[in-house]
Design a protein around this ligand. Structure first.
Ligand SMILES: Cc1cc2nc3c(=O)[nH]c(=O)nc-3n(C[C@H](O)[C@H](O)[C@H](O)COP(=O)(O)OP(=O)(O)OC[C@H]3O[C@@H](n4cnc5c(N)ncnc54)[C@H](O)[C@@H]3O)c2cc1C
Length: 455
């Protein structure tokens, strides 16, 4: 196994004993490829619904090696860019159903973690979304209007003065507060889910790359690895950005890299300079947003802003980029000049899987309904992967349920622009949006065209 501990602050914490690799051929009912949140929640929900289903999970490295062990640890209801955007894309009725199902998943995650005694420092302090500029004020109001239209009582508008009370930064102009928004340690959650799956009888093989997942004449599935083949009735591709390797999906998915830095632990006196007593997660309203939160050991985690495309899918060389870490530190200092004496300690990155819909997509790879895929959360999969696990469960067990009517299932991903235009068009759109974010205006006509091109 490789240097997985070095891939994030979270993966470096605590002790972890990986399961051994596959040793020779085996068979099962459902083979899951990918030991992140999607693969593990799906395996657990399948077993909880029908303990007789024999489930195997195969992970190339360790549970949480991908985005699941590297993220900011925000588990949110957010699906699509924001609530306003979700209503625009799927209509009011479906947007409400999606939001309510996502909120229900947050409750179920909290309950599950408590019941299974998973020490992932899960709290529910809510989510504060803030504006740093006039164009972001507009987006805050649009979300509030969308929440009112959907009859949701869990979004509250906050004036600049109200926000300054919660978090002392002069840069914050207004915002909204959402009652539910979990903060957690993502690698600890992934490891806890692995153990919960093992307790249910799921067989898990770590350090085992799947070289090919194939539907054999619509009758069965084979997951081929260097150590043997897994023969199954059905398969789930839960490899998120790594699904770039799957020819059928490549036209719909893109990989971007997301970056995070974390400070040293703050003293009580340093915390008192910025308030933040509620310890909620915070995002801003840039098109490519910043997100920040306190960690359980008293640091500030600061991520977002730059999100470069990685044309060939995940690429370990992008896991560290000092130039991007420096840009993150720059906005941390800009937001909290009173923390000039707080040192930024380390940074890391991970691959995010995007679709032009900007939300996850769940479906069958072919009409034979042997191999399902579940991926593409556009950087917001921590909470929604639980919901997606329930959708996968219903698909695998041939159950009819309301969950199969959610847009992640019914709204198929849009194809990316054709090659050779694809990357020049998408990278130019992103540069225009990034510039608009950085100069702090709505970017005018070109930014509107660019935003349309990327969603
Ligand atoms: C830096 C960063 C910050 C983020 N912050 C947040 C946040 O705060 N909140 C939020 O909601 N979302 C966030 N996200 C996104 C979130 O982490 C993901 O949406 C979520 O973890 C996706 O889970 P997954 O299981 O689908 O994918 P992954 O966690 O990427 O899991 C895929 C797994 O498949 C394995 N795999 C790949 N190929 C193979 C193969 N051939 N054989 C075997 N195994 C294979 C990988 O090793 C990996 O473990 C962030 C992402 C990043 C990178």
């Amino acid at each position: 196994m490789s240097d997985w501990r070095t891939r994030s602050f979270w993966l470096a914490q605590g002790s972890y004993e990986p399961c051994g690799p596959l040793e020779g051929p085996t068979s099962c009912d459902v083979v899951v490829v990918g030991g992140g949140f999607t693969g593990l929640w799906s395996a657990i929900q399948l077993k909880d619904a029908d303990p007789s289903v024999d489930v195997v999970v195969i992970e190339q490295e360790v549970a949480g090696y991908g985005a699941s062990g590297r993220n900011g640890g925000f588990a949110l209801t957010l699906i699509s860019r924001n609530l306003h955007d979700l209503v625009r894309k799927v209509g009011a009725r479906r947007a409400r159903a999606t939001h309510v199902a996502a909120r229900e998943s947050l409750r179920e995650i909290e309950e599950f973690v408590a019941k299974e005694k998973i020490d992932a420092h899960v709290e529910n302090p809510g989510l504060l979304t803030v504006s740093n500029g006039p164009e972001q004020d507009v987006r805050i109001r649009q979300d509030i209007e969308a929440a009112q239209r959907l009859g949701l009582g869990d979004f509250h508008f906050l004036s600049g003065a109200e926000i300054q009370e919660m978090l002392h930064s002069e840069r914050l102009r207004c915002g909204h507060f959402e009652d539910d928004g979990l903060l957690l340690d993502p690698a600890a959650l992934a490891r806890g889910l692995r153990d919960a799956a093992l307790r249910r009888g799921v067989r898990i093989f770590e350090g085992t790359p799947v070289d090919a997942l194939e539907d054999i004449d619509g009758r069965r599935v084979e997951a081929r690895t260097p150590f043997g083949t897994v023969h199954a009735d059905r398969g789930l591709l839960a490899t998120n950005a790594y699904a770039h390797a799957q020819r059928e999906l490549r036209r719909f998915l893109f990989t971007i890299y997301a970056y995070i830095v974390v400070t040293e632990p703050l003293s009580a006196e340093q915390w008192s300079r910025i308030g933040w007593d509620k310890r909620m997660g915070v995002e801003d309203k840039r098109v490519m947003p910043h997100f920040h939160r306190p960690t359980h050991d008293g640091r500030i985690l600061w991520g977002g802003r730059d999100a470069p495309f990685s044309r060939q899918g995940p690429n370990r060389r992008r896991d560290r980029d000092p130039r991007i870490f420096a840009r993150l530190e720059e906005t941390f200092r800009w937001t909290f000049p009173q923390l000039a004496d707080v040192r930024v300690e380390r940074g890391w990155a991970g691959p995010v899987c995007g679709t032009l819909n900007c939300f996850a997509s769940v479906g069958w790879l072919s009409p034979t309904e042997r191999i399902a895929y579940a991926l593409g959360y556009a950087g917001h999969g921590v909470g929604p992967s639980h919901l997606v696990g329930k959708i996968v469960r219903d698909m695998m067990l041939n159950r009819q349920s309301d969950l199969l009517d959610l847009p992640m299932v019914t709204k198929k991903p849009l194809p990316l622009p054709p090659v050779p235009l694809r990357w020049p068009a998408m990278e130019l759109s992103q540069r225009i949006l990034q510039h608009a974010d950085d100069v702090g205006d709505d970017g005018g006509f070109f930014a509107r065209v660019a935003l349309r091109a990327l969603q």
